[in-house]
Design a protein around this ligand. Sequence first.
Ligand code: SF4
Length: 449
Amino acid sequence: MSLQSSKSTSPKVGFVSLGCPKALVDSERILTQLRVEGYDLVQAYDDADVVVVNTCGFIDSAVAESLDAIGEAMAENGKVIVTGCLGKRAEIIRAAHPGVLSISGPQDYASVMDAVHLALPPQHNPYIDLLPDYGLKLTPKHYAYLKISEGCNHRCSFCIIPSMRGDLVSRPVDEVLREAEKLVRGGVKELLVVSQDTSAYGVDVKYAEHTWREKSYQTRMKALCEGLGELGVWTRLHYVYPYPHVDDIIPLMAEGKILPYLDIPFQHASPRILKLMKRPGAVDKTLERIQRWRSTCPELTIRSTFIVGFPGETEDEFEQLLDFLDEAQLDRVGAFAYSPVEGAKANDLPDPVDEAVKQERLARFMERQALISEARLEAKVGTVQRCIVDNIDGDLAIARSMADAPEIDGLVQIQDGREAGLQPGEFVDVMIMGNDEHDLYGEVDYAAG
Ligand code: SF4
């Protein structure tokens, strides 16, 4: 739960933000609008005149978490406005919590604000002048998510996001670059580019050109990266679908324009399973491309996600996946045992994998990858890594290297962080002295600084 607070006599709104980084961006937009209109944001249900819950509906456990959060807000406060992905399935919410005031889907900021106005009319006050022009953020001040599009044109058979969020709608490149510029002016040092499918950016608008800083940019992933590269902060790409034109941005990473980091969900390595998933299936080409990317940009960190136990997955096909891990030597990997999502096409596929087999495969998968991830981290011991400090904890500074996205990857513990006077948001060179399976530790490298 993420609530913000301030003391005033303004109407008071509580805010619960659940779900993925894309939902977080929606929350930030709504919170910004609430502050623009003079609403006060409070931490406790008791203090709130109304509570907004931004839900997630991606997998069954997220649905349950969202329903629980709504139930808690209903019990503690009683005036609840629901928005976000689960809002697309209003019947589930109404069945569990018939008393909610309003339900709307993701990115429907107008409906949320209408519902807030109805429950709690805004007061005229001068708060608008106090709002920083980069808006309110739920993330620490030094990094921010930058949402470049909504929706998705793919139809992966395990996913219901396109039916909830619709087809791809890209934001014009100049608008995204201006937002990034404002964030950087507001103190942001790291931009995290998010969307459902970052590499499809601009397809829907035929890569329309727009002007930013007197230069023309296409609404296209590469041009966007070139623009963001002008801002002099870290830019990290998330959710890059494995299209061939991903190759085009690797040189920008090698030149240091954007971080050498790719979050690229491969999902599986068996061509037949990938076909059933309705994902690109040329695994040999994927391995070749990974090698090419690494020869262009040796610093590249690749994070990926996989699904094990997809309907029909045989032991052989699962072993192909393990072989792929061995060959690809990915840095960071997340994996899920397949779980049917209501409304997904994959539910109609034959030969579901037994739950115990799924769990056993997941454990084997994680064990295999843990060795690879650990060895890749170990190879960094003795090197100097550029890091950004997230916070100070006792004597330590907790930081991340270029290879670590916030929330999902590992950390770099800087042993002498406090002594060195480091502050959150500061960049620092760190001599890496050790590692475990996830994290690195080291000391400030004064020579490099
Ligand atoms: S690309 Fe991602 S969002 Fe789009 S359908 Fe596939 S899994 Fe869902």
